[in-house]
Write a protein that binds this ligand. Sequence first.
Ligand code: ADP
Ligand code: MG
Length: 226
Amino acid sequence: AEELLRNSERLAVMGQLAAGLAHEIRNPLTALKGFIQLLQSAPGDNKGYFPIMLTELDRINFILNEFLLLSKPRPTQFRETDIRVVLEHVVTLLDTQAILNKVRIAIEAEEDVPPIRCDENQMKQVFVNVLKNAIEAMPDGGEVTVCTFRTEKGVSVRIADQGGGIPEELLPRLGQPFLTTKEKGTGLGLMICRNIMDNHNGTLTIRNGPERGTIVDIELPAAAGG
Ligand code: ADP
Ligand code: MG
């Protein structure tokens, strides 16, 4: 049943990401089209355009790969991983959706962060869910900060938004299935996150910020020997 739920949540998240995906790909495609039109009519040596065009093509490729990886159910694979790289990929995937919502995602990371043992795809699902909640909490835009630092036991990722925060009475119930305050919410995101964090011997805690907004702490143990 857990697996089924995880799949249905995956589908819901993928559906929401798909809207952003269209924009993600339209932008580099428009840029490419422009350059090709330029090349068609411009005389002389235009090699200077090629690196830009290749970069745009790489970006389309990257976004599609990430999207396909996230959408496919795969057997769990625990590997030693630099969590900062995983976060960068997730933020790249969500950036256009964030910009469309006038949200800026700022990434900060300590240089000295130990590797963790994780299933990269599952951890991406956690970050996508938490970041989407942060973006959705700020309908008028704002900033999300993603801070990665070393802890005594491993790594902590702190994701903080500037939204309206969570009503106190809801806090103890977060992670219960179908608990949602959103018109189009599934109320499955945090439940799946908790489940994945359990699989990783990690924790996910949510609290309200000192002034406003929500702070999510995702803690993971360092890989043995790491
Ligand atoms: P959904 O996003 O589909 O509603 P989730 O399990 O992801 O389901 O979240 C459950 C509920 O927790 C949300 O409906 C919302 O009320 C609350 N919540 C989660 N994250 C935040 C956040 N960053 N800011 C405000 N409320 C939040
Ligand atoms: Mg959610």
